[in-house]
Structures are given as C-alpha cells and as structure tokens.
Write a protein of this length. Structure first.
Length: 86
C-alpha cells in the first residue's frame, strides 16, 4: 500500500548510512534489509548497494552481496531492466 511504500522510501537513507558503517556486520545487515524491500522505486539504490558491497574488504559482506544478487535479479527482470539484470 502507499503508506508502506512511503515508509520504505523514508528509511532508505538510514540503510545507506549503514552500508558505510565501520562494522562489517552492520554493513551486511543494512544490505540484507535494503534488498528485502520489494519496492520498485528503490531498485536502482539496491543495485548500487550490492555493487558497493561486492567490493567490500569483509568476506561476510561480500557473501551477503552475492546472496542479494539472487534476490534482485528476478526484480530486474520484472521491471524489464535487462542492463541491470546482467
């Protein structure tokens, strides 16, 4: 519904800050929560977060980024964004 969508959009900033945290567990948790949101408006931000975390120094964060790719790929196909799906 519209209220859930609006709350998701408002919370994006907090999760993006979490992606830049010093602690690897917080970075991975922020990525996991960010990619669990099924809101088409934030798909590009989710992809950007995954790309950032794929290059992280922590193996755990990189593993969470790899898992997030599996979650985002079907959404990219639904939206029809073939360039992002690859």
């Amino acid at each position: 519904d519209a209220q859930c969508r609006e709350m998701a959009l408002l919370s994006i900033n907090a999760f993006q800050r979490g992606l830049a945290d010093r602690e690897p567990l917080l970075r991975s948790l922020a990525l996991r929560v960010l990619t669990c949101m099924d809101v088409p408006d934030v798909l590009q931000l989710q992809i950007l977060g995954v790309r950032t975390c794929c290059k992280d120094s922590s193996p755990y964060v990189r593993k969470c980024a790899a898992n997030a790719v599996g979650k985002l790929h079907p959404r990219c196909l639904e939206v029809g964004d073939e360039s992002q799906a690859e």
